[in-house]
Design a protein around this ligand. Structure first.
Ligand code: IVH
Length: 692
């Protein structure tokens, strides 16, 4: 499903979703190509995926994912590094977010151990880099691996050797075999400088220090890694041929003695009650630290207790990460731009004066929808508080009212689509305003065409998503009718890369066979909002023929018209859906599009009228008169018609049945004169089976 909307038209949310999809898709093809030697797509198609990924990332640098294919450019295809199995699995940490959660972590550990009294802990700033496992044999660095899936990582030994802070030989006495674990990271200053150099050289710019560190370490060419400013803090142990300490604090001391860098902000806490103060201290100092941290790791100091506590799932019972709240920054909102998604949703996007939030340059933020703008009273010119948590899209938390310019105006959400200028409507009870342009809106066109040819719609074999995109890009299909003009281009199609005579001829044949279509498929294919298969069938059965449907829908565009009430009273349709249809037909370009389409079809087959066969009123001519109590007149008419009756306005000899409501006048009299059968509303309901 990638790649249908022009990159400029993507909302931030859609962009994030698509990047996730592309990452998975490209990873899949990488694996097929490199590991299985069995590519599933052409090189050109593969390149197109990567280009689209790059284009989206260029527009939304804050959305670059750690697993993005771009973060592997020039570096490791999956098979580039050998796999290394860790002797002791590398686990992750559970998170806590406040003092109560932290207390619960300590209580759990105490209960598990059957201890009373408080726990001595070691607190270490939690750096967001990438963890690595370093193996030393007889004091010499022999192997280093990334964490990978925790069991098995990538052998990045050659690259790690280039790190200045990694001791190649341990100083002093060391066990015959020891694994040391730590974090490879980039300082904020190094990250900004690297990005500046990269940008000047026209090379890739990294989204954050973590990605820069990961990208730099995972270079196939160790010379490149050597040129990148990577740092290392050591903080944990894996396998060891002999015990090296009895407390974690002492172990950190040994690491220092061997020549490792241990974070100098690490601290031993005599009691867990000191944690909150340490947490607050680090939160205050965070901004002035030379590296990014996202919390503090607390570890039970006593290694004997650590061993007893062990692990649960993938995390130790003896350590936890107390995370900071999301990072915030303030900046000025310069404009609110409305993006149109491929389903027609209008999404407001805040254009911001560029600001650094936690090492990431943010220039845009999502505003979600119009209610959100109104609720926060966000105005262009406002100073806003921005928040970014982890890899998620930046959010505007609030405005700073004291800094509002005197002339700032409340934002008025547009009621027309910025792309195609159709009405943008917001049904009652919904938060999203949508463009009603559908097939006439360039932002939605490709998506709508894909629906148009899909299996339950026109079902054109050989015309899938990719082909629609290809032909749209070639400028050949700008509307549904254009699909039926493709056979005229058969020679041109045959000449395209990846086509040829046979497949072009097959496509033409598939299109030709679909010039005849049932009314319900036709209606469904238009992709009018809320007209799925079931409603398309209801409409087809109710109106019977295309001509009848079209005429009635155009009349139904008038609010309060009989046709509008009738449409809204079709069982299963209702007033809200009637409004969607009225909106569609109210737009001249939609009517033109229909006429154009009908012009290239052979036949739209009439629908069988609904449930007519076994009803006692099927085929009867019925007149309603007077005021009905249980339903409106249009509904009564619609119901009768649905049962196969013909409803007329005046009583004649041809009338089979007159339904008499309250205060009936001349029609009741005339029925009596002509000897036409009359029934009350209650009798009618029974006859029509409406109370069953
Ligand atoms: S100890 C079994 N200590 O956080 C516990 N991890 O969320 C192993 N991290 O994968 C981790 N600073 O990449 C530990 N001082 C520190 C850390 C730290 C950062 C990272 C590490 C780990 C992740 C777990």
């Amino acid at each position: 499903m990638s790649g249908t909307t022009p990159v400029e038209a993507l909302t931030e949310i859609e962009a994030a979703e698509e990047l996730a999809r592309l990452a998975a898709e490209i990873a899949h093809h990488d694996e097929a190509y490199h590991r299985l030697d069995a590519p599933e797509i052409s090189d050109a198609e593969y390149d197109a995926l990567r280009r689209r990924n790059a284009a989206i990332e260029a527009r939304f640098p804050a959305l670059i994912r750690p697993d993005s294919p771009s973060q592997r450019v020039g570096a490791a295809p999956e098979s580039g590094f050998a796999k290394l199995r860790h002797r002791v699995p590398m686990l992750s940490l559970d998170n806590v977010f406040d003092a109560a959660d932290f207390q619960e972590f300590c209580d759990r550990a105490r209960r598990f151990l059957g201890l009373t009294g408080t726990l001595a802990l070691v607190a270490e700033p939690k750096i967001d880099g990438l963890s690595i496992n370093l193996t030393y044999e007889d004091g010499r660095f022999v192997r280093g691996a990334t964490r990978g899936d925790g069991q098995e990582g990538e052998d990045v030994t050659a690259n790690l050797r280039t790190l200045r802070s990694l001791p190649l030989r341990l100083k002093g006495k060391a066990p015959a075999l020891i694994e040391v674990r730590g974090e490879v990271f980039m300082t904020k200053a190094d990250f900004l400088a690297l990005n500046a150099t990269q940008a000047a050289a026209g090379a890739k710019v990294f989204a954050n220090p973590r990605n820069a560190a990961a990208g730099s370490l995972r270079q196939l060419d160790a010379k490149i890694t050597a040129s990148r400013p990577l740092s290392l803090f050591a903080y944990a142990q894996g396998e060891s041929s002999e015990p090296v300490a009895t407390t974690h604090w002492d172990y950190l001391g040994r690491l220092r003695d061997w020549g490792f860098t241990v974070n100098d902000r690490s601290r031993r806490l005599d009691s867990e009650t000191e944690a909150a103060a340490f947490q607050a201290e680090m939160a205050t100092d965070r901004a002035s630290l030379p590296y990014d941290i996202d919390g503090v790791v607390y570890k039970v100091d006593d290694l004997g207790l650590q061993r007893r506590l062990g692990f649960v799932g993938r995390a130790p019972r003896w350590a936890t990460a107390w995370k900071f709240p999301a990072e915030q920054a303030t900046t000025v909102l310069q404009a609110i731009r409305i993006q149109v998604g491929r389903t027609g949703a209008l999404t407001p996007v805040a254009e911001l004066a560029p600001v650094n939030v936690g090492g990431v340059l943010v220039t845009r933020a999502t505003l979600h929808n119009e209610d959100e703008i109104a609720r926060k009273d966000v105005r262009v010119g406002d100073t806003v508080i921005l928040q970014r948590a982890g890899d998620v899209i930046p959010q505007i938390v609030a405005v700073v009212p004291e800094r509002r310019p005197a002339d700032a105006q409340p934002f008025v959400f547009p009621d027309t689509c910025p792309v195609c200028h159709s009405h943008a409507v917001r049904p009652p009870g919904e938060v999203v305003r949508r463009c009603t342009g559908g097939l006439i809106c360039e932002a939605q066109l490709v998506e709508r065409l894909i629906h148009f040819v899909s299996r339950n719609a026109f079902d054109i074999e050989g015309l899938g998503e990719k082909t629609i995109q290809e032909f749209h890009a070639a400028g050949w299909i700008g509307s549904p009718a254009d699909i039926f003009r493709l056979p005229a281009r058969e020679a041109e199609i045959a000449a395209r890369e990846g086509w040829g005579k046979q497949s072009a001829a097959n496509l033409s044949r598939a299109i030709e066979t679909r010039r005849t279509i049932s009314l319900e498929r036709f209606i469904y294919a238009l992709g009018i909002r809320r007209i799925g298969e079931a409603n398309a069938r209801l409409l087809a059965r109710h109106y019977g023929s295309y001509a009848q449907w079209r005429e009635q829908m155009i009349r139904a565009t008038t609010v309060g018209s009989e046709e509008r009430s009738e449409l809204g009273s079709i069982l299963g349709i209702g007033p809200a859906i009637a409004e969607e249809l009225a909106d569609f037909f109210g737009e001249r370009r939609n009517r033109d599009l229909l006429d154009d389409l009908v012009g290239v079809l052979r036949e739209i087959q009439d629908a069988a009228r609904a449930e007519t066969a076994d009803s006692p009123v099927a085929g009867k001519t019925v007149v309603f008169t007077g005021t009905l109590e249980t339903m409106t007149r249009p509904e009564a008419k619609a119901r009768a018609e649905a049962l196969g009756a013909k409803v007329t306005d005046s009583v004649s000899k041809k009338t089979d049945l007159v339904v008499i409501g309250a205060d009936a006048g001349s029609k009741a009299k005339r029925a009596a004169e002509l000897g036409v059968r009359t029934v009350t509303e209650t009798e009618w309901r029974a006859l029509a089976g409406l109370d069953d």
